[in-house]
Write a protein that binds this ligand. Structure first.
Ligand code: AMP
Ligand code: ZN
Length: 449
């Protein structure tokens, strides 16, 4: 297997530290808001890699950790805005994230560590860095002293000047150097905080990942992943913290980064009105079609999310489902494995599946069975052709906006204790062919079977 390694800036042959336990870590979501379609890209790409590693090294021989960042100033701001507790915001957002990424056909990671469960380890890591002379305290903050690490900046290959410009580094009286970054910061009484040797406070984001990686995967892991925007400063700082705490041992041997996704040719942004959450797109598109669209470009390239490509993905899946309905998966197509093993070349893997499809159309039953095996390896063809067709047609027929509006009206009716009205609205929703699911956190809906 070959993987493009951000650290070496070339494709390298992948050799795991321990083939009996291949270890991968991917930075997960900060749970303050619904994940957008750009966030789905690393989730899907690293799911494909997880599946390929399991195929190559054996299912029980791969440990994949993707964290949940549930301490962050954005979460605090959201809780204050919505009049909710931080725990409510993170529980609701995490639950929706899980539902969304499952609908995209991703496997659950082996471990999903939460930052709030690892504050003890974070405090220990900071103490080690202070002892070793890589960090210092100032006004209740602890800072990593960038000048204490010779190799700082090697992952991103940036000069210190570039870094200062790119990271909008903050000058602060408690910093010895503007480049130094926060490991720990003090909390006000009304902010979440933990007792520490430096007073009540909370950890910095970069530190969270270093501590969770050490706890669950060890000092040096095989693969570390995330979006390209995380290379600097987030990953650079993870490297600095972990390597300095561990006598220079590298944090990860292979660093993989996905390119950015834009929508219909434009950068996604709330102000342009083209900000698409996974949650709302799942009302229009089957999750598998979204997954296939994501794989139609190579993960390192920028990609454009378009309606047209969505339709193309959907009709490709129509064909795959029709041709493989009711048959058992056959021999794993070597062409698919080879393509994926060449730096996750998903477009080439899909081209291999298209070839099998052509043979299957011509009546080759083995090709159809291989198509099913290869597609399933990549996380497709998870349901029957009938389920696929009914899910698709039903989705197209239901006015998602109307359903959402009715759900909102029902929540309001319940809040004002008008239960008769709430029940009437529920009946109206059910009559549209929709099933609604209430949980303490939220109400979701799906097309009724
Ligand atoms: P964030 O919640 O912004 O920290 O992002 C979570 C993950 O999604 C990180 O790995 C980001 O690099 C990635 N990401 C964010 N926006 C995009 C985008 N537009 N395209 C691809 N990946 C993205
Ligand atoms: Zn991280």
């Amino acid at each position: 297997m070959k993987l493009y390694n951000t650290k070496t800036r070339q494709k390298n042959t992948f050799t795991p530290i321990d083939p009996a336990n291949v270890r991968m870590y991917v930075c997960g979501p900060t749970v303050y808001d619904l994940a957008h379609i750009g966030n789905a890209r690393p989730v899907i790409i690293f799911d494909v890699l997880f599946r390929l590693l399991r195929h190559t090294y054996g299912t029980g021989h791969v440990t994949y950790a993707r964290n949940i960042t549930d301490i962050d100033d954005k979460i605090m701001a959201r809780a204050a805005r919505d009049g909710k507790t931080i725990a409510e915001v993170t529980a609701e957002t995490t639950a929706i994230f899980h539902g969304d990424v499952a609908a995209l056909g991703t496997l659950a990671p082996t471990i999903e560590p939460r930052a709030t469960d690892h504050v003890v380890q974070m405090i220990e890591l900071i103490s080690t860095l202070i002892e070793k002379g890589n960090a210092y305290e100032g006004e209740g903050h602890v800072l990593f002293q960038v000048s204490s690490m010779e190799d700082y900046g090697k992952l991103s290959g940036r000069s210190v000047d570039d870094m200062i410009a790119g990271a909008r580094v903050e000058v602060a009286p408690y910093k010895k150097d503007p480049m130094d970054f926060v490991l720990w910061k003090p909390s006000e009484d009304n902010e979440p905080g933990w007792e520490s040797p430096w007073g009540r406070g909370r950890p910095g984001w970069h530190l969270e990942c270093s501590a969770m990686i050490e706890e669950h995967l060890g000092e040096t892991i095989d693969i570390h992943g995330g979006g390209i925007d995380l290379v600097f400063p987030h990953h650079e700082n993870e490297v600095a913290q972990s390597a300095c705490a561990h006598e220079g041992a590298p944090l990860a041997n292979y660093w993989l980064h996905n390119g950015f996704l834009q929508v219909e040719g434009e950068k996604m942004s709330k102000s342009l009105g083209n900000f698409r959450t996974i949650h709302e797109l799942l009302e229009e598109w089957p999750g598998e079609a979204m997954r296939l669209q994501m794989m139609m470009s190579h993960y390192r390239q920028p990609m454009d999310w378009t309606e047209k490509a969505g339709k193309e993905a959907q009709s490709t899946l129509d064909g795959w489902y029709r041709l493989t309905d009711g048959i058992e998966p056959g021999e794993m197509p070597q062409g698919v494995i080879d393509a994926l093993s060449d730096d996750l070349n998903t477009p080439a893997a899909i081209a291999e599946l298209h070839k099998l499809r052509t043979e299957a159309v011509q009546g080759n039953a083995d090709a159809a069975a291989s198509l099913k095996a290869g597609a399933q390896l990549m996380g497709f063809l998870g349901s029957t052709a009938t389920e696929w067709e009914s899910g698709k047609v039903a989705k197209a027929d239901i006015d998602a906006d109307a359903v959402e509006a009715l759900i909102a009206a029902r929540i309001e009716a319940r809040a004002s204790k008008d239960f008769a009205e709430a029940d009437r609205i529920r009946d109206e929703i059910v009559a549209m062919g929709v099933e609604i699911m209430d949980s303490p956190e939220c109400t979701t809906w799906k097309v009724a079977k």
